[in-house]
Design a protein around this ligand. Structure first.
Ligand code: ZN
Length: 90
C-alpha cells in the first residue's frame, strides 16, 4: 500500500462469519508495515471465529451513500507486552 491512497478504505471480510469490517489503510500500514493489501488479509485474524484462513482484504474507494455510511474500525493503540526472561548463572 502506498501513501497516496487517501480516500481509500480497506474492506476486510471473514468468509466463514460473513462479517465485513472497514479499516483506514494508513492505520493498517502502521500495524502491518508497508505490505500489500493481500498480505494484510493473510495476516489478519477474525475477532469472531479467531481464524485467519477465511480472511480476505481489498482496497476500495467508497463513493456516495457508502462513503457516508461506512463505520471504520479505528486503531486505538498498539500495546507492547513486556516479556521477562530469567536465567540462572551457570
Ligand atoms: Zn470469522
Amino acid at each position: 500500500m502506498h501513501a497516496h491512497n487517501a480516500g481509500q478504505a480497506a474492506k476486510v471480510r471473514c468468509g466463514l462469519c460473513s462479517v465485513t469490517r472497514f479499516y483506514k489503510p494508513a492505520e493498517l500500514r502502521e500495524v502491518y508495515g508497508n505490505v500489500t493489501i493481500r498480505e494484510i488479509g493473510q495476516k489478519m485474524r477474525c475477532m469472531k471465529c479467531d481464524k485467519g484462513e477465511y480472511m480476505d482484504a481489498d482496497l476500495l474507494v467508497p463513493l456516495g451513500a457508502e462513503a457516508i455510511s461506512i463505520k471504520y474500525r479505528r486503531l486505538v493503540r498498539i500495546e507492547f507486552l513486556r516479556h521477562i526472561v530469567w536465567r540462572d548463572e551457570p
